[in-house]
Design a binder for this molecule. Structure first.
Ligand code: HEC
Ligand code: HEC
Ligand code: HEC
Ligand code: HEC
Ligand code: HEC
Length: 442
């Protein structure tokens, strides 16, 4: 799979998204047509922003002549726009997703449901393909999976036409002509930027995991407030309850949860749970959520949330006084050691590879010590004599759990207790003995 990052395109988008802020005089002409489009709904204004590549020239003006009312909290030094530009959300302009999963991310693929600039806007409107609600029962709460007419597991596909893959202001915020300061010319007032995803105290958000194999209904991840937004995208895309069956042939290196299943780990719900075991949660799951740890407010910036989106050490200090890094009480180091041990055990059985194309070689040498667990993929042809690898339910569940933690566990920080329970049970399922790095379950 190849990703082409269009950093140049990114700057053009930023500039154009805020071009109206730059100089009122220059913008007077275009303002007429924009008003007309506004009457048609929010989707209208967004298209033009993405396409205003020519406005790049106006970007020069940002440095020189930005209106004072635009500076705080967005465009000032250390403001929201600068923070966002340090994030991977800004860096992601996935225009060419190649590989065996998808030929193009527009059209009949699920990819745009999270990667397109208008991903959330369409999903909260229930506007995914195919059909009303795309077949998914809780699509407005984030669920995309459903069972097709023929009974197989299916994922709603993206119904839009956007060609820009980005997570930008208008992806997460419901900017309308009434709330867009670039159109109203008004000074920003707190809470004037509503989120697209419902984030009230009563609004919950769904994971793909179903409570039983009888239905594909998803499962509530809880009422996470503003963090409901993150859950829409940072999730497994697989319904583990229905995905793991009695026999699991591994025929694709994309087997398992998608990149970024952080919510599945954080909620303590998204793993494969072995029969007879219980799965608890750490205080992280009960007391804090995504936005608390990743977007603490910045005092110097009108108390707005940090938009770099990376976890911030300052958010740990209320509970872990004096912490100097995320490896609190050596917790992340311990989880990495256990992940390494599980990785080695699965690799010895021929289940893992980092090869992008055949022949799919098992991990070797430094790949087993570099802690880059997120690079590991399932190994097609890892069976006896290079034949199809077919795993039992518990073996496949263990492999699924490994990928879940490798891709979204933040080395335990998302839910230390749940992470260790999954690691322990998965290692036992694969080897029959307890791991040396985790002698008893947490
Ligand atoms: C439910 C939301 C969702 C859907 C649907 C989705 N993705 Fe993703 N994808 C994500 C998230 C979130 C990440 C980032 C994970 C991280 O970095 O922690 C990601 C990451 C990726 C990456 C890695 C990007 C990088 O820079 O490392 C690729 C490649 C990718 N997705 C391709 C696809 C393709 C192809 C499809 C369609 C077949 C797809 N995605 C569908 C949410 C989704
Ligand atoms: C990945 C989603 C996401 C993106 C992208 C994003 N924001 Fe936010 N933004 C949030 C969340 C979540 C909050 C917190 C809301 C809360 O706590 O109620 C927030 C809060 C804010 C606030 C403070 C709340 C308010 O209404 O005044 C402002 C201003 C803001 N964002 C502006 C922006 C701007 C400008 C951009 C683009 C540079 C941007 N955001 C990009 C998710 C996002
Ligand atoms: C519309 C989908 C979407 C939403 C909503 C979203 N993200 Fe992301 N996020 C992504 C994608 C896609 C990437 C991958 C970027 C890449 O790998 O190039 C990503 C990357 C990230 C990264 C960097 C991961 C890494 O490995 O470097 C963090 C941290 C992050 N997101 C946090 C958040 C938080 C916190 C929220 C909620 C406020 C949020 N995201 C909401 C899609 C989304
Ligand atoms: C609301 C309080 C609270 C916040 C905020 C918090 N933690 Fe924790 N954390 C705890 C508690 C309590 C435990 C131990 C018991 C448990 O898991 O419930 C813990 C355990 C941990 C562990 C496992 C330690 C071990 O013994 O192995 C790590 C690692 C960790 N936290 C990292 C972080 C990081 C990093 C942050 C900030 C990004 C953070 N925590 C924020 C309360 C908190
Ligand atoms: C207790 C605080 C805490 C909470 C709650 C939390 N995170 Fe994190 N997150 C972290 C820490 C710490 C890291 C790892 C940073 C590191 O090790 O460099 C991290 C890493 C990440 C990453 C980077 C890739 C990875 O998985 O290692 C993404 C994306 C992410 N978190 C998204 C989320 C989302 C989405 C939620 C809510 C469902 C969430 N986080 C909840 C603290 C938290």
């Amino acid at each position: 799979m190849r990703i082409v990052r269009y950093m140049v395109g990114a700057s053009v988008l930023v500039v154009s998204a805020f071009a109206a802020c730059v100089g009122d005089d220059g913008a007077t002409g275009p303002a007429g047509p924009a008003g007309t489009a506004g009457a048609q709904g929010t989707a209208g204004p967004e298209g033009p922003r993405g396409l205003t590549g020519d406005a790049g020239a106006a970007g020069v003006g940002v440095d020189g002549g930005i209106a004072t009312s635009c500076l705080s909290p967005c465009h000032g030094f250390g403001g929201i726009v600068e923070q966002w530009k340090t994030s991977t959300h800004y860096a992601t302009f996935i225009a060419n997703l190649g590989g065996e999963e998808v030929a193009t991310w527009t059209g009949k693929t699920p990819c745009g449901n999270c990667h397109a600039i208008d991903a959330l806007e369409r999903r909260v409107a229930g506007n995914v393909s195919p059909g009303p609600d795309g077949g998914a029962i809780n699509v407005k709460n984030g669920e995309l999976g459903y069972r097709s007419a023929t009974g197989t597991l299916a994922e709603s596909t993206y119904s839009g036409t956007a060609k820009v893959a980005a997570v930008t202001c208008v992806t997460c915020h419901a900017v309308t002509d009434a709330t867009d300061p670039h159109r109203t010319g008004a000074t920003w007032t707190p809470k004037s930027f509503p989120l697209r995803v419902a984030s009230g105290a009563a609004d919950d958000v769904f994971l793909e995991k179903s409570p039983s194999t009888a239905a594909v209904t998803g499962m509530s991840a809880g009422k996470l407030g503003a963090s409901n937004t993150c859950v829409f995208c940072h999730r497994s895309r697989k319904d583990v309850t229905n995905y793991i069956t009695a026999a699991n042939p591994i025929t694709s290196r994309y087997w398992g949860p998608h990149d970024g299943p952080q919510t599945d780990v954080y909620t303590g719900l998204g793993g494969y749970h072995f029969t007879g075991k219980t799965y608890g949660n750490s205080t992280h799951q009960t007391k804090v959520n995504c936005v608390d740890c990743h977007m603490p407010t910045v005092k110097a910036n009108s108390d707005t949330p940090n938009h770099s989106f990376y976890a911030q050490l300052s958010s740990c200090l209320t509970c872990h006084a004096g912490a100097t890094n995320f490896d609190i009480a050596g917790g992340q180091s311990q989880v990495r050691a256990s992940l390494r041990e599980l990785e080695a055990a699965m690799n010895a059985l021929g289940w893992l590879t980092r090869s992008e194309t055949a022949p799919y070689l098992p991990l070797a040498g430094s790949q087993l010590t570099d802690n880059a667990f997120e690079l590991d993929r399932a190994r097609p042809g890892g069976g006896p004599d290079g034949g199809t690898l077919s795993l039992t339910a518990d073996q496949a569940g263990a492999l699924y759990n490994y990928f879940l933690l490798a891709r979204g566990g933040a080395a335990g920080a998302h839910n230390p207790k749940y992470t260790r329970q999954l690691l322990f049970d998965s290692y036992v399922a694969v080897t029959g003995t307890a791991p040396a790095t985790l002698v008893r379950p947490p």
